[in-house]
Design a protein around this ligand. Structure first.
Ligand code: IMP
Ligand code: MG
Length: 180
């Protein structure tokens, strides 16, 4: 059995994703002209998106990462956010851009924004590749997003199901029997 036999359908191809990520990078480049933002990626799901995004940004910048967990092996948020890895840099006075793979209930980002705000950055904005607004539980909005997606669990391009499928180069939906 190969990994791609588990995919029911492809939602966004590699080419579509690349074009969208380039657009987001250009938007950020324009909006932050003259500034030096720090991108804070939320591991692990962000890593593919962030690698492409930062190469589409033509600005001096830094990157840092946080690791949080709110999901176990399932497909719904536990509502419980735990910090597994904190920042390595001081963000006081900095323009912070949080990089997320997907904004779902918003519980994770709501917690993170509060947490990072306590460190007195100059600004905090959120960029997410995917947004599932129908599932929002916390009062969080993305400043930049790639695609709105329906309430379907998606994998690939960094996003996992039970820690698998992050290495798919496109975004897909799994066959129902995989979740069973
Ligand atoms: P939230 O706190 O509910 O917004 O959780 C956001 C996190 O849940 C994302 O960073 C993902 O790690 C995970 N997540 C939410 N929806 C999906 C999905 O459709 N596929 C894979 N991971 C998802
Ligand atoms: Mg995840």
């Amino acid at each position: 059995m190969s990994m791609i036999d588990d995919i029911e359908k492809v939602l966004f191809s590699q080419q579509e994703l690349q074009r969208k990520v380039n657009e987001l990078g250009e938007q950020i480049t324009r909006d932050y002209a003259g500034k030096e933002p720090i991108f804070v990626g939320v591991l692990k799901g962000c890593f593919v998106f962030m690698a492409d995004l930062m190469r589409a940004v033509n600005l001096p910048c830094q990157i840092d990462f946080m690791a949080v967990s709110s999901y176990g092996k399932g497909t719904t948020s536990s509502g419980n956010v735990q910090i597994n890895k904190d920042l390595s840099y001081d963000i006081a006075g900095r323009d912070v851009i949080i990089v997320e793979d997907i904004l779902d209930s918003g519980v994770t980002l709501n917690y993170l924004v509060g947490y990072l705000n306590n460190r007195n950055p100059r600004s905090i904005k959120i960029v997410t590749l995917f947004d599932k607004p129908a599932r929002r539980k916390a009062p969080i909005k993305a400043d930049y997003f790639g695609y709105e997606v329906p309430d379907e669990f998606i994998v690939g391009y960094g996003l996992d199901y039970a820690e698998k499928y992050r290495n798919l180069p496109y975004i897909g939906v799994l066959k129902p029997e995989i979740y069973a």
